[in-house]
Structure formats: C-alpha cells, structure tokens
Design a protein around this ligand. Structure first.
Ligand code: NDP
Ligand code: GDP
Length: 345
C-alpha cells in the first residue's frame, strides 16, 4: 500500500518541491493549505503536480482543525512546513508569528500523540535563524542558539517542543535545522528572489531600480530542491534526530547581486560605502541598485554558515547545486518569466 504523507505549507516553496519528491517515490500526498479567497497553487502548477495533490484544509492556529485533519488522513509521515516564514514580517507580527511558528507545533505533536504516537513520523522545519548572533562558526547541531527575531524565537520553541516530544513519548520526531534555501519558487520578499526578479525587470525596462537593506549580511544559500531530499531522508531513519542542512559556504548579499547581474549579462560597477553604496549600470550611468534603510532590521543576523557534516555522514545527503548554479538558475527563470509575461509570482 502506498505511504501517506501530510505536508503542511503545501502552497509554499518547500511544499512544492517536497510534494514532487514524495509523488516520485509513490506516496499519496495530502497537501494541507489554509482557506484562501483565491487559489494559490502556482508553485505546484509550475512543477506540473497541482492535479496530483489531495488537498485538505488546515489552519495552524486552530487545534481542532489540526486534530481532525490528522485523524482523517492518518498519515505515515507529517512534514510541518507551514509557517509565517518571513523574518521581516515577524517584527511587525510577533504575536501571530509566535502562535503559528511556535505553539502550533505543539498542536500538531498533540494531534500525533492522540492519533498515532508510534505510527506517525514527524518533521519540523527548523531554521538557522535560531543561531542568530552566532556563537561559533560554522554552526552545527550542538551550537548554542541566540535568535535575533521573533521568527527565530518562535522557531526555537518549535524546535525544542519537537525534541521534547521525542524524548517524552518516544515519538519519531525530527528537527531539520535548515540554512537558507532558495529557488525560482522562492517568495519575492526574500532577498535572493527580490534581486533576480528586480534585475530581470530592470533589464527589460519594467522597473527603474532595486532597493535593498543590509548588503553586507552573509548567508549560506542552497537550493530548495536539494534540501527537501534531506527532509525525507530524516524520516527514513530508525529514530528521530536533529540535523543541519547547509552548503558549508557563505556569501554576502552584494555578491548575490553581482552574480545575478552577470547571469543576466548586465554590466554594473559598485561605488560608495555604507548607505551610499550603489551599483551603476555602465551602459547608461544610472544607479540601479541602491540602499534603502527601510529594509534594515531592528536586529540583524550578520553571518550564517553551517556544516552539513552530520547529515552527509548519517543520511548520505549531499547538495547538488552550488552557489553560482543557484544564482544562474534563479536569474534565468525570472528573465524568462519577465520576457514571456508569464510571471505568476
Ligand atoms: P513559504 O513562505 O514559501 O511557505 C510557507 C507556507 O506556510 C505557505 O504554504 C503558507 O500558506 C503556509 N502558512 C502560513 N501561515 C499558515 C497558517 N496560519 N496556517 C496554515 N498554513 C500557513 O516557506 P518555505 O517553503 O520557504 O519554507 C518552509 C518552512 O521551512 C517554513 O516553516 C520556513 O519557516 C522554514 N524554513 C525555510 C527556510 C528557507 O530558506 N526557505 C530556511 C529554514 C527554515 P499560504 O500560501 O496560504 O500563505
Ligand atoms: P532570512 O535569512 O530568512 O532573513 O532571509 P532574507 O532573504 O529575508 O534575508 C537575508 C539577508 O538579506 C538578511 O540579513 C537581510 O537583512 C538581508 N537583506 C538586505 N536587503 C534586503 C531586502 O531588501 N529584503 C530582504 N528580505 N532581505 C534583505
């Protein structure tokens, strides 16, 4: 009989890639999405799998809904990918973020404890943002945490409650501490996709300039398609555990801009420092990338760099796409969408 997986956050970036992977392995995929006035299945459609998902309605803030959904589906595996996932928004909506990214994890674990503590395996989408003001470089599973945003704090609760249910009730519950992972399906508020989409629009005369915040921040950026493979591998182990997924390399935001411009064959030069830093289009001398302090954060995570050593050794996981390949993939896809007027976001 086919295995059943319940994936929360099915309409998001990772939900789409994970669903494609699980379908390819013969799973019945139950995609949990919250009620919306308009259908937002564009990522699933982009991967050509929107017709293959069994959709169920699930709102993370509503325990009764979660319990009924888990009772109805009786999945073998639950992947909790749903979250208010944007750090910037968490400063504006700290309480909501705490409910959805923190407390709701307990709701799912309680539903599993009620319906099938020994039969349902659980994956929690934890994050490198829990390391925040980093205590060591590179960060690994045992690095102390110091989150720098309401998002990071809420996710830290989600991480520890997952560990706690594993230890208290002997549940197969795993926490994947994933470093930033991007793709052509990334939300446009995140800096990578914001950059590739804006540069593609600037190149094709649909936008004048790109405004960014802290361009000195460094991230360990991988490809989402690689990372969902690691999530699945975690749930195939004999017991639950915590694993870091990362590339082991870190790059500044400015370098992402430079490489995206190169991928789009745009000629830019950088000038100025700090808030005056900007990139000039050498073909017309216009500044096309400028700093806007509105995008600064009240507290910043300056540097993230993870080591995937444990995942590589224990799970046999290895990322396939490197940083130049990731930038190229995202820039090319956004240019294609802009050129063909096929942007669905
Ligand atoms: P996205 O923002 O692309 O997707 C988030 C998903 O959560 C969407 O499907 C969204 O639904 C859903 N969601 C949000 N709020 C609720 C709610 N109240 N009830 C039900 N569903 C809700 O995130 P990603 O796919 O990039 O990330 C997946 C998970 O991994 C998230 O938990 C994120 O925090 C975590 N993570 C991501 C990293 C990354 O670099 N991408 C790094 C580390 C962790 P809707 O479409 O309706 O908004
Ligand atoms: P995060 O690591 O989950 O916060 O992912 P983001 O892509 O949102 O941000 C990555 C880094 O880019 C952070 O340090 C941001 O401060 C920095 N950054 C600089 N300019 C921007 C911007 O305009 N938008 C976003 N989202 N981030 C920016």
């Amino acid at each position: 009989m086919a295995k059943k997986a319940l994936v929360t956050g099915i309409t998001g970036q990772d939900g789409a890639y994970l669903a494609r992977l699980l379908l390819s392995k013969g799973y019945e995929v139950y995609g949990a999405a919250r009620r919306s006035a308009s259908i937002n299945h564009w990522r699933l459609a982009d991967l050509g799998i929107d017709k293959d998902i069994r959709f169920v309605e699930l709102e993370l803030a509503e325990f009764s809904n979660i319990l009924r959904t888990v009772e109805k589906v009786k999945p073998d595996e639950i992947y909790n990918l749903a979250a208010q996932s944007f750090v910037g928004t968490s400063f504006e909506q700290p309480i909501y973020t705490g409910h959805v990214d923190g407390m709701a994890v307990t709701s799912i674990l309680e539903a599993i404890r009620t319906v099938g503590p020994k039969s349902i395996r659980f994956y929690q989408a934890s994050t490198s943002e829990m390391f925040g003001k980093v205590r060591e470089v590179p960060q690994r599973e045992l690095t102390p945490f110091h989150p720098r945003s309401p998002y990071g704090v809420a996710k830290l609760y989600g991480h520890w409650i997952t560990v706690n249910y594993r230890e208290s009730y002997d549940m197969h519950a795993s926490s994947g501490i994933l470093f930033n992972h991007e793709s052509p399906l990334r939300g446009t508020e995140f800096v990578t996709r914001k950059i590739t989409l804006a540069l593609a629009k600037i190149k094709h005369g649909q936008q004048a300039e790109l405004r960014l915040g802290n361009m000195d921040a460094k991230r360990d950026w991988g490809f989402a398609g690689d990372y969902v493979e690691g999530m699945w591998r975690m749930l195939q182990q004999p017991t639950g555990d915590d694993y870091v997924l990362a590339t082991g390399e870190t790059w500044p935001v400015e370098e992402f801009v430079t490489r995206a411009a190169e991928a789009l064959e745009m000629k830019i030069v950088w000038e100025g420092e700090g808030e005056s830093r900007r990139a000039i289009d050498t073909t017309n001398n216009k500044p096309i990338v400028i700093v806007d302090p509105a995008f600064y954060r009240p507290a910043e995570v300056d540097l993230l760099l993870g080591t995937p050593a444990k995942a590589e050794q224990a799970l046999g996981w290895k990322r396939q796409v490197d940083f130049p390949g990731l930038v190229q993939m995202m820039a090319e896809k956004d240019e294609e969408r802009v050129r063909d007027n096929s942007l669905r976001y």
